[in-house]
Design a protein around this ligand. Structure first.
Ligand SMILES: Nc1nc2c(ncn2[C@@H]2O[C@H](COP(=O)(O)OP(=O)(O)OP(=O)(O)O)[C@@H](O)[C@H]2O)c(=O)[nH]1
Ligand SMILES: [Zn+2]
Length: 403
């Protein structure tokens, strides 16, 4: 997207269906609420990511103009990837207070909206002062963002996550260009990847096929919207969907034209991707995996229910693969890198253990009810590089059975 090139600190405001010009002086401001009682419930946030021009803004504009009866706060990234949102978030962590709060504009359908340039964190913090005026946040990242770096900021009870909880990640994919992006990277990225390949010759870790931003955005997604269906044939679309599925066997995949999702619930809102792990979530991934994509795959480890005395060993397995990128017991293996992890582990005489992970952050909880897995097997689904080696299961079994 174009955007303006001035250095204005105040972001442009977005009216329904319009693109900011950067020239508006009469900016509507939200009336400051005087009630400053602390928030009682956490507000869910869905991160909307996807490659440059894939249709993120189109999706959010669509939501802003539809009558859906919801009060959604939308943070639009109207400036392409000029500033990387990951950097904005990091800067805020270090208490830099230069960014001015971004004004939110109330819209006719009950939503409020703000358009950010380089004030991502300030926008969210400012937003939290208007609690009660909305009940959901949608955040557009820049096209080159790695959602794996952003997700942990909103997940678990620290940082920005204290008043917000991560509901999930929606990735827009450009049906026309995504295969090329996966194979070659994009623009400057392709050059960077070439450089990295050269470096690899000098003993660096990144051997093998390219890991592009497009891979990262798909592998971390809870929902993938394959957009711009009007620009491809049915066969091409099928190929794209299969490639996406081979990378991420956990995500819901839907095809869209002009980012018009058939429904918001479950596709953009209320994904519960980080606070639930249902049997159904893992069912699809368990149906075997494909190697359509040379870089990233989804792999499911199936093993018997564990006993309470094995819980520590199971946790050690998770810590080792996620924190050290190693298998316990020094098992030989190819290099791997885990982007996303989900599991349901039945515990004999106990409740099912639910496991959630993104990159090296993970969380285990007990299922609240006494529900069991349909087939009573434990399932651990891994998405990432090199995760489909038999050594994973062997090492897990060995870890669980050694004292
Ligand atoms: N043909 C076609 N064009 C689309 C579709 N969806 C969006 N577009 C157009 O694609 C262009 C980019 O869409 P945006 O929604 O701005 O994409 P974005 O992901 O927000 O882009 P950046 O913020 O620049 O990364 C716009 O001109 C849209 O009108 C679609 O389904 N088909
Ligand atoms: Zn955009």
């Amino acid at each position: 997207m174009g955007g303006d090139s001035s250095d204005d600190e105040i972001p442009d405001l977005v009216q329904p269906g319009t693109i900011p010009t950067g020239q508006d002086d009469e900016v509507p401001q939200l009336v400051e609420s005087t009630a400053d009682t602390p928030p009682t419930t956490k507000v869910p946030i869905t991160i909307v990511t996807g490659y440059l021009g894939a249709g993120k803004t189109t999706l959010l504009n669509y939501i802003l103009t539809e009558q859906h009866g919801k009060k959604i706060a939308v943070i639009l990234n109207e400036f392409g990837d000029s500033i990387d949102i990951e950097k904005q978030l990091t800067i805020s962590d270090q208490n830099t207070t230069e960014a001015k709060p971004a004004p939110f504009v109330p819209l006719a359908n009950g939503c409020i909206c703000c358009s950010v340039k380089d004030v991502g964190v300030a926008a969210i913090e400012n937003l939290m002062e208007h609690q009660g005026n909305f009940d959901y946040i949608l955040l557009e990242t820049t096209g080159l963002a790695d959602p794996g770096n952003i997700a942990p900021l909103f997940w678990l009870d620290d940082g920005l996550g204290s008043s917000i909880f991560l509901d999930g990640i929606v990735t827009l994919v450009d049906a026309k260009n995504v295969l090329k992006s996966l194979d070659e990277g994009f623009g400057d990225e392709a050059e960077k990847l070439e450089e990295r390949k050269k470096e690899d010759g000098h003993g660096h870790d990144h051997k093998g096929p390219l890991l592009t931003t497009a891979h990262l955005q798909i592998s971390h997604a809870d929902v993938v919207l394959v957009n711009k269906t009007d620009l491809v044939s049915e066969d091409e679309l099928k190929t794209v969907v299969e490639r996406v599925r081979s990378i991420n066997g956990l995500a819901k995949i839907k095809t869209t034209n002009k980012s018009q999702v058939p429904q918001l619930e479950g596709l953009v809102l209320d994904l519960h991707a980080y606070d639930q792990v249902t049997d159904a979530d893992l069912q699809f991934a368990s149906k075997g995996h494909s190697h359509l994509d040379p870089t990233i795959a989804t792999s499911t480890i199936i093993f018997p229910a564990i006993s309470k005395s094995q819980l520590d060993a199971f946790d050690r397995f998770l810590r080792t693969i996620l924190w050290e990128d190693e298998l316990p017991d020094g098992k030989p293996h190819d290099k791997f890198e885990i982007h996303r992890l989900k599991g349901r582990i039945p515990v004999v005489d106990g409740n099912v253990l639910l496991v959630q992970g993104v990159r090296n952050v993970y969380d285990t909880t007990e299922a609240k009810t006494e529900e069991q897995n349909a087939d009573d097997e434990a399932k651990l689904v891994l998405i990432g590089r090199g995760v489909d080696q038999p050594a994973f299961r062997e090492s897990l079994i060995a870890t669980l059975t050694t004292k």
